[in-house]
Structure formats: C-alpha cells, structure tokens
Unconditional design. Structure first.
Length: 364
C-alpha cells in the first residue's frame, strides 16, 4: 500500500529531509552509501551529503535511478517523493517482482538544498555542469544582453529595470527571454544558470555513483525530480537524452505519449546543455538509456525567475540586511516548494506512477 499520509514524507529543512530519507531506507532494508561533502556545511552547521539507497536485485540487468535535489532547493519536493516511495509497499513489491535494481540518490546538490539555493557552493547550476570541459562550452550569446537587467545593483529592482526587461520581452518574445536566461552560461560566475569551469563535486560524485552501480547493466532508466516550471502541481514529463527518434519513442512508450521534449519544442523548458543525463551516457555507454525529468509546477514563471534574480543579488551582496535576506530566501523556497498538503499529494501521486512505469518498462 502507498503511505497513508504522503505529506509526512516531506520536510521543512535539508537536515530533516536527510534524517527521514536515511530512516526510510533503513526501514525498507535498503543499503545506504553516504558521500559526505569534503568542505561545505549546511545552513544549520550540519554535514552535507549525497546519500544513495539501493534495493531490489543487486545483479539485475536493469537499474532504475531516481534522483532529487539536482537543483538544491528543489530537493524539498524530490526528497519527499523518495521518502514516500521507500515507504510504499506496492512499489517495493513491483521492484522485487520485476527483478530490477533501484537506486534513490538523495540531494545531489546538498548545499543548495540546505541553504535554499538552486545552485551549489560555487554558484554552479549542476544541470548545466555535466559537459565536456576539454572542449569550449556552447556560448549563450543572449545572456550577455540580459545579465545586467537580471542582476541589478539594487534589490528590489527599480521600475526602470523592470521596464527594460518588459521591453526585451516585447521585442524578442517571452520564449526568447526564458532561453536567454535559463539555457545556461559559463562566462559570468556571478550570474544565473552558471555552468562552471570544471566538474563540480556533485558532478564527480554522481558520476562515481552511476559508474559503480550502472556500468554492468544492460538497461538503465533515470527519473530526475524537479520543480519550478509549469502549472502548479502538474508534473511535466520531459524527455532526457540526445534526441534520436528511437530514444524518444522508448521514453514515450515507458512513461506515456505526453512526454515532452525541448528538441521538438513541446516542452516548457528551454533547450539545455550540460544536463545530468550526460553522466549516465558517459559512464554507462553500452546500456540502453531511458531518461525523464519530472518537472512540477509551482508559481508563475516570471515569479520563479524573479526569486532566482533576488537570490543571485543576495549571493553577490553578502552584507544585505537580515530581514531582506530572510525575505529573499523565503521567496526562493516558495518558488520551488509549495508547502501545502494538496500539492504534496499531487506531486507524490505522479512520482509514484512514473516510478511504477519505469519498473515495468525495465522488466524484460
């Protein structure tokens, strides 16, 4: 049976979420391996870690990876779904009956989860960091045009600043503005959606987890849990992969015909590079890969982007007044986590369906 009250699986802080995850994994009898961050601490002075719970058939040909907190603060949602899955007898039974292995990777970016940031300790967006650093990054030329507007000298932004953004959107369109802001960039370390200049700790650590658990598998599925795009409570199923027709078809056969893709323009997401699925393709090159980001809506897009703008301003201004800091952090939390029972029930139900679909798709 699923959990009686899935809202109990969700947490108010990273520290509480980690405690619940470890307890739920232990209660299910799953093995846990914890990868402690070598230097950063949490907002409460707590240790930070990427925790991995594994269960099912250890020598199975197929592995299901379910990840949370790729974008730190989005981990409130992903962690709750993972904890609820660990408490779900039907899910555990389906894993055992299918003869597959499962790994739940908790808090890929624990610093951002704890400190209410989407990024890591170096302002790096992990989902723009999984790229080949031996080659020049893809350049997002439009970001240079919008950066001065996005992160102004003062916060809240002035009416003149807001007018400049409105003028940009009027001239180029909302989709072009979203792409300019969110596609990723590697030039401004003090800016939004920064991809970094080297593999982040979370990148290297996750690659090690994938390599250890997945290198010998014939089939591998990934569900990466996210928030911040789309209608409130709706989970958009966004294809992850290189865009070839066979891979897209396989993903839709597994998760449903409503799987979207930024390759064909059907997704609310802009086209991205350096995304987490690249780690799986690199570390498990012979496995048949089926990947999906489950992206839950929270608040309107401009509200979410404004929360990120404020948080970036705060990161660039360490001396901000405490009350302003608290208000900005609350806005970030609200942009990526709807702390209501109905929203939690909706996101958990959709995550559960996706997990069961993935198990069925992997069982051959």
């Amino acid at each position: 049976m699923p959990m009686r009250d899935p809202a109990e699986a969700f947490s108010a802080t990273y520290a509480e979420a980690r405690t619940k995850f470890l307890a739920a994994a232990g209660a299910r009898g799953y093995a846990v391996e914890s990868h402690l961050h070598p230097s950063a601490l949490g907002a409460e002075g707590e240790s930070l870690a990427m925790d991995v719970a594994t269960g099912g058939r250890g020598d199975a040909d197929a592995l299901l990876l379910i990840t949370s907190g790729t974008h730190g603060v989005e981990g409130f949602c992903g962690s709750g779904c993972q904890v609820a899955l660990l408490g779900d007898d039907a899910f555990a039974s389906s894993v055992d009956a299918a003869g597959v292995a499962v790994a739940l990777v908790h808090a890929i970016t624990p610093y951002g989860f704890s400190h209410l940031r989407r990024t890591n300790e170096d302002n790096v967006d992990l989902n723009r960091n999984f790229r080949d650093f031996a080659s020049p990054p893809a350049r997002n030329a439009a970001y240079a045009d919008v950066h001065p507007m996005l992160v102004p000298d003062a916060w809240p932004p002035s009416p003149a600043n807001e007018a400049r953004i409105a003028a940009y959107i009027a001239a180029h369109g909302a989709a072009a503005y979203q792409a300019a802001v969110s596609s990723g960039q590697c030039e401004r370390a003090d800016g939004l959606f920064y991809g970094g200049t080297k593999p982040a700790w979370s990148n290297a650590t996750f690659r090690g987890v994938v390599r250890h658990l997945g290198a010998s598998r014939r089939r591998l599925a990934l569900i990466d849990l996210h928030t911040g795009l789309g209608p409130c409570g709706h989970g958009e199923k966004i294809y992850m992969g290189e865009g070839d027709a066979a891979s897209v078809a396989r993903t839709r056969a597994c998760f449903g015909a409503d799987v979207t893709s930024y390759y064909d323009g059907s997704s609310t997401s802009a086209a991205l590079s350096g995304v987490i699925y690249q780690a799986v393709l690199d570390e498990c090159p012979t496995a048949e890969f089926t990947g999906m980001a489950l992206e839950y809506g929270t608040l309107p897009l401009m509200t979410v982007l404004d929360a990120l703008r404020g948080d970036q301003w705060l990161a660039n201004h360490a001396g901000a007044p405490p009350l302003q800091r608290t208000a900005i952090k609350q806005a970030v939390r609200d942009a990526f986590y709807v702390d209501r029972a109905d929203w939690k029930a909706m996101v958990w139900a959709q995550a559960r369906v996706a997990a069961l679909q993935a198990v069925k798709g992997l069982a051959r």
